[in-house]
Design a protein around this ligand. Structure first.
Ligand SMILES: [Zn+2]
Ligand SMILES: [Zn+2]
Length: 319
């Protein structure tokens, strides 16, 4: 399966400000020397030598991750503002004109996980089918309510609204479901108002999406249920919003410190950990530093090995 990141920020969209862009251009200009400008190759080399926080950004859109299964199903994890980017990208794909089914799973319904849905243009196309999944029995009315007057100009179920065929699936009474050859299960995690993580098994590979999670001691205990859900995943996308210092100040806010997330990944034999749901107040520079700290921390002592990445918009990998 292929994993593609369209929105990685927590809480609220955070576009770069004009001042931040000006400061970046200023810092780049300061680093250029005459030899860097000599020809196309030297210019390429110069750009490649810039630190990632100067020549890039993790992105400012809120949670949205796309999973393309080995059988080609399109699974979407949360509908934060990143969903609009995915929607634009889908329109450029070869098969975009034909009717297609999209499977949208919600971890929970905080704004940063639903605010992109009214901008998912594929939902307005009668040729498409959208299947929504959640453990909340009010799934349909929750989604309708965010598009009601006065919150949005177009009601979800009106003549101008979502004309695609819609289906709402309540996962609460199910242990798991399958989409083609992909087996999906859910697990409750600690977050104010509730939230679930999802586990996807496809062609012998396992992927877990666990956003908005305040890890606690129970999550490390090797109970049968925990082991069935968390053990030996090939990749885990996990809420790592805070530094340890900030996590201690914000106990009960429903998010985890990156070092606790690393401990968690090592505890469960995870191959690859992707730090996710970035704090909106953290700059790119700070976030890339957190990634370095997390890698250093994971290699400290004899706790095992985990490959650590920081989620960035546009990043993709295959399992
Ligand atoms: Zn969130
Ligand atoms: Zn939340």
């Amino acid at each position: 399966m292929k994993v593609h990141f369209w929105g990685v920020r927590g809480s609220i969209p955070t576009p770069l400000s004009p001042l931040q862009i000006q400061n970046r251009i200023g810092a780049v200009v300061q680093r250029i020397s005459e030899k860097d400008l000599k020809d196309a190759d030297s210019r390429e080399r110069f750009l490649a030598s810039l630190p990632n926080w100067l020549f890039g950004t993790v992105g400012g859109n809120t949670s949205c991750v796309e999973l393309e299964t080995t059988e080609g199903a399109c699974i979407i994890l949360d509908a934060g503002s990143g969903l609009r980017e995915l929607s634009n990208n889908l329109r450029e794909r070869k098969d975009s004109e034909r009717g297609k089914t999209f499977h949208i799973f919600f971890s929970h319904f905080h704004w940063d996980h639903i605010q992109g849905l009214p901008f998912f243009s594929q939902a307005f196309n009668p040729a498409n089918k959208i299947i929504f999944y959640s453990t909340n029995p009010d799934l349909k009315s929750i989604l309708e309510r965010q598009m009601e007057n006065p919150y949005f100009p177009v009601p979800m179920q009106g003549p101008m609204g979502f004309n695609a065929e819609l289906e709402f699936i309540n996962l609460l009474d199910t242990d798991g479901i399958t989409i083609g050859g992909t087996y999906i299960r859910w697990h409750e995690v600690a977050h104010p108002g509730g939230c679930v993580a999802y586990r996807f098994e496809d062609a012998g590979k396992t992927f877990i999406y666990a956003t908005d999670t305040e890890l606690n001691r129970d999550d490390f205990v090797k109970t049968e249920e925990n082991s069935r859900f968390f053990a030996n995943a090939d990749a885990v996308v996990m809420d790592s919003q805070y530094t340890m210092e900030e996590a201690l100040e914000k106990t009960g806010w429903g998010h985890s410190a990156f070092s606790v997330t690393v401990d968690f990944a090592l505890n469960w034999g995870v191959q690859k950990l992707i730090l996710f749901h970035h704090e909106p107040n953290y700059s790119d520079k700070k976030l890339f530093t957190l990634k370095q700290s997390a890698s250093w921390y994971s290699n400290y002592g004899d706790k095992g090995v985990v490959d650590i990445e920081i989620a960035q918009e546009g990043m993709e990998f295959e399992l």
